[in-house]
Design a binder for this molecule. Structure first.
Ligand SMILES: [Zn+2]
Length: 173
């Protein structure tokens, strides 16, 4: 794209109306996105949908998500509380299963790892990390930072790890 003597180069993966733009650093991404917003409007009369646009800041080896604790679960404000052990459960059905299978019979020894509660806590932790990161800002509007994004069936994650994608593919089969 060219605007006067300013030229921007886009390294892109393109499919239909879904485009992934890769950039080195948030400043470059902001600059490029700003130009795209301006030029799309100027040359095609198109407005970029800010709500549908997401930013993923890939950082290999960072964003370590700590193990889910009971404290984490309590912070989630789940309304389904087991009256016997005071554990909070994400859904009513989870509470029923917990009561029948885990709380009474096994004296509540089942860990949270791998449960729905674990998944929801991890998701929330990722969201909080992403919210704390600096954001792309254009025309006083912000682009949401996301931890994961599915593009053409591939799950990309901000830790540049392939485990999540592989897991996702296995689940689909
Ligand atoms: Zn219980």
């Amino acid at each position: 794209m060219q605007n006067g003597n300013k030229k921007i180069i886009i390294n892109d993966l393109e499919y239909a109306d879904d485009i992934v733009l890769t950039n080195n650093g948030l400043d470059n991404a902001t600059k490029k996105f700003k130009e795209i917003v301006k030029l799309s409007k100027k040359f095609a009369g198109l407005n970029i949908n800010f709500d549908k646009t997401k930013c993923m800041q890939i950082n290999k080896g960072t964003w370590k998500i700590s193990k889910t604790t009971e404290d984490d679960c309590n912070k989630m404000n789940w309304k389904n509380i087991c009256q016997d052990c005071k554990r909070a459960m994400p859904g009513f059905l989870n509470l029923l299963i917990h009561k029948k299978r885990w709380c009474q019979k096994t004296k509540n020894t089942r860990s949270r790892i791998g449960t729905l509660a674990d998944k929801l806590v991890k998701k929330e932790k990722k969201k909080q990390i992403m919210n704390r990161l600096p954001k792309i800002q254009v025309n006083k509007k912000e682009i949401e930072n996301v931890y994961e994004y599915i593009y053409l069936g591939t799950l990309f994650t901000a830790d540049a790890d392939q485990d999540a994608d592989i897991e996702n593919r296995i689940k689909k089969k």
